[in-house]
Design a protein around this ligand. Structure first.
Ligand code: NAD
Ligand code: TYD
Length: 354
């Protein structure tokens, strides 16, 4: 079996669902259920014995040691993190604690477990650390996209804390021989995305008749990847990646924020016309810029294409249509998240499980 951390969050829940749709290999899903963890993302797995959910902290060495001893996973995929840049600006402490200190405790517990494995199991074991392109810093409009050799220049407390965790993972390979893999991915979008991030916030606010807050001039550029493509890249790196290597993952899809917002408005105009017949574009509002806002991220994903044969399936047009369709079809999920009721849902549905 495999151990997934942070598997109730946005990318982790998509990963767990995709994994179990393609394989019968069981998943232990360790998640602290912070505000970003939502077991409603995993409703379809209720009663599925291949999914073992454990509420807990990656920084709890005793818990990790006992889970590893009990279940003997052949691999760990580490999604657990604080993930929102704006929150890291308002309150960096949780980011330092989770992304750096707790990741260190996780690595220590994993090192002890791995040290005591039989040599065959040691050779095949993998610790895959899921990271971000934001560790590389910001690009100007004409600079080449980030390769794996790009220097680390993180600019926000979020990206600095992820950079620190990447360095720890690298050091555990270099010093102790732990068989690690690191992936640095661009901005994801798709189902289960918490509506504090750009794309789900714009969809949810548009439908609620609220302003669509575009930071600064809206010309900041991100590379966008549909979440299921990220999941397939992680599976591919886990299967075939070279131990100790870093793989950049991206969608070859750079767009300025304002263009993303206008695409969402245009699609919603077609799929869910406003009651007054006007365009959702009218809700766009330019607001004060984010402090230290990175101007451009761009991923050169040619290494993973060349060495592992991975490339994304979705275009931005197909991915954003699927995403909007999911949010329109899952208004209960949206209202549970925006009202906070998803926390009660956990009590009602999961605590009742044996
Ligand atoms: P998310 O915030 O939606 O989910 C994070 C999950 O981790 C939540 O379920 C939360 O409860 C859990 N968690 C937080 N602290 C924990 C702890 N101490 N112990 C156990 N669980 C804990 O994040 P996401 O967008 O799904 O991102 C997942 C990973 O991918 C993160 O490491 C993030 O840095 C990375 N990443 C995200 C993106 C993106 O666009 N969202 C892009 C590249 C990389
Ligand atoms: P976000 O989804 O927070 O991801 P990240 O900061 O990790 O790239 O933001 C994506 C881009 O959208 C980023 O340039 C900030 C911008 N943005 C807005 O303009 N308005 C918003 O309300 C949010 C949440 C983000």
């Amino acid at each position: 079996m495999i151990l997934v951390t942070g598997g109730a969050g946005f990318i982790g829940s998509n990963f767990v669902l995709d994994w179990l749709a393609q394989s019968d290999e069981a998943v232990i899903n360790l998640d602290l259920l912070t505000y970003a963890g939502n077991l409603e993302n995993l409703t379809s797995l209720l009663g599925d014995t291949r999914h073992i959910f454990v509420q807990g902290n990656i920084g709890d060495s005793t818990l990790i040691a006992s889970l590893l001893q009990q279940h003997q996973p052949r691999a760990i995929i580490n999604f657990a993190a604080e993930s929102h840049v704006d929150r890291s600006i308002h309150g960096p402490a949780d980011f330092i604690q989770t992304n750096i200190v707790s990741t260190f405790h996780l690595l220590e517990a994993v090192r002890t477990y791995w040290d005591n494995l039989h040599v065959d199991a040691q050779t095949t074991f993998r610790f895959l650390h899921v990271s971000t392109d934001e560790v590389y810093g910001s690009l100007t409009k004409n600079e080449p996209a980030f390769t794996e050799a790009h220097p680390y220049q993180p600019n926000s407390p979020y990206s600095a804390s992820k950079a620190a965790s990447d360095h720890l993972v690298r050091a555990y390979h270099h010093t102790y021989g732990l068989p690690v893999l690191t992936t640095n991915c661009s901005n994801n979008y798709g189902p289960h995305h918490f509506p504090e991030k750009l794309i789900p916030l714009m969809i949810v606010n548009a439908l609620a008749g609220k302003p669509l807050p575009v930071y600064g001039d809206g010309q900041q550029i991100r590379d966008w990847l549909y979440v299921k493509d990220h999941c397939s890249a992680i599976r591919r790196v886990l299967d075939a990646g070279t131990v100790g290597e870093v793989y950049n993952i991206g969608g070859w899809n750079e767009k300025p924020n304002i263009e993303i917002v206008r695409i969402i408005c245009t699609l919603l105009d077609q799929l869910h016309t406003r009651a007054d017949g006007k365009s959702y574009n009218e809700q766009i509002t330019y607001v004060t810029d984010r402090p230290g806002h990175d101007r451009r991220y761009a991923i050169d994903a040619s290494k993973i294409a060349r060495e592992l044969g991975w490339k994304p399936i979705e275009t931005f047009d197909s991915g954003i249509r699927k995403t909007i369709a999911w949010y329109l079809a899952n208004q209960d999920w949206v209202s549970n998240v925006t009202s906070g009721a998803y926390k009660n849902w956990i009590e009602q549905h999961y605590k009742a499980q044996p």
